[in-house]
Design a protein around this ligand. Structure first.
Ligand SMILES: Nc1ncnc2c1ncn2[C@@H]1O[C@H](COP(=O)(O)OP(=O)(O)O)[C@@H](O)[C@H]1O
Ligand SMILES: [Mg+2]
Length: 328
């Protein structure tokens, strides 16, 4: 079966800077596809080319059988888009925002009231329909923006970091809304910096770093890439890190990584039994142990394995380098 979205060898240069460097993926109809990566990885640029906001330097994009360069208008009509920054007019009420949106999507005038009412119901904003959006909470504005992006009933919805900056409660609500849209048959692309989010929502994920896909697969395939086993995590004092790592290697043949005071190793064989023996070995060693745990691998482990840095660390570095740039 032909994929619903097919992206091949996508490249985007800004001047001589390569923001997207040979990205390929395909998405089946009705799937949620996640583009996971730190700040500056090239997520927004990738989706901007699919949307036609930016023109690709190279590569092919086909949405629902339509080439984006040959049929830009048709491709746009198929897509609903929610940008990272919430775009609603604070001076207008929820209802007015939606009516304006519907007009911009060229929805026939006679259909606008029913579409707007439906959107207000879906977003549970009926009670606040005639209140100015300036009085809405961040989460309410986000929900209004989401249903606004869906007014023209697009087959493909693109969400750029839909939950960045939302508190937990609103994030959970957004996840529910996204799952409901999937259940209604909408194909969804979402970008995220959150491993948990990609893991929880996506059928397939591309992990992107410096404009390149460094791994691609289902959440469980990606987790299996790092190991079939469990992840052992030991937190000790920084001065004891090397001692503990040597012990893990000598007694258990385990290769470990260390970030500050946190040591990690993958335990492949009979993890519970090995865990027990490691606990005993730690007890007999003099190293002070602040915490020991054994867990299933997460997407963060995949990222560490592939890039040598945790996704969180990579983000901080990107933030730091951007603020350095601003200072210079
Ligand atoms: N219009 C632009 N001009 C120049 N550089 C850009 C432009 N847009 C993005 N970039 C750069 O391209 C890289 C990828 O950016 P972006 O796609 O926004 O990353 P992400 O969405 O993953 O945070 C960054 O280094 C960013 O500074
Ligand atoms: Mg972005």
């Amino acid at each position: 079966m032909q994929p619903f979205v097919d992206v091949k060898n996508l490249r985007k240069l800004f001047g001589n800077f390569t923001a997207v460097d040979g990205v390929s993926f395909s998405i089946g109809k009705g799937e949620i596809f996640g583009i996971l990566g730190p700040n500056g990885a090239g997520k927004t640029t990738t989706i901007s080319t699919i949307l036609g906001i930016e023109k690709q330097t190279d590569g092919k994009i086909v949405v629902d059988g339509l080439d984006n360069l040959k049929h830009p208008k048709e491709v746009k009509q198929i897509i609903g888009f929610m940008a990272q920054e919430t775009i609603v007019d604070s001076e207008l009420t929820g209802r007015q925002n939606l009516a304006l949106g519907a007009d911009l999507y060229h929805i026939p005038k006679s259909e606008i009231p029913s579409k707007v009412s439906f959107a207000l119901r879906e977003s549970q904003l009926e009670k606040f329909a005639d209140v100015k959006a300036s009085n809405y909470s961040g989460g309410m504005k986000r929900r209004l923006y989401l249903v606004k992006s869906m007014l023209h009933e697009p087959k493909l919805l693109i969400l750029d970091e839909p939950t960045t900056g939302l508190d937990i409660q609103n994030r959970v609500q957004m996840w529910k809304d996204i799952r409901k849209l999937k259940a209604d048959g909408v194909t969804i692309i979402l970008t995220t910096q959150y491993l948990e989010e990609a893991d929880a929502l996506c059928d397939n994920i591309a992990i992107i770093d410096h404009g390149k896909i460094i791994a691609q697969g289902t959440p469980s395939q990606l987790k299996k890439m790092i190991a079939s086993g469990n992840v052992l995590e030991i937190i000790t004092k920084p001065e004891n890190v090397e001692q503990v790592r040597k012990m893990l290697k000598a007694k258990f043949g385990l290769n470990s990584t260390a970030v500050n005071d946190k040591i990690e190793a993958t335990v492949e064989k009979s993890p519970l039994d090995t865990f027990q023996r490691i606990l005993n070995a730690l007890k007999s060693s003099k190293a002070p142990v602040l915490s020991v745990s054994l867990r299933l691998p997460t997407l963060d482990d995949v990222f560490i394995k592939l890039t040598g840095a945790s996704l969180r660390d990579a983000e901080q570095k990107a933030d730091a380098s951007q603020s350095n740039k601003a200072v210079r």
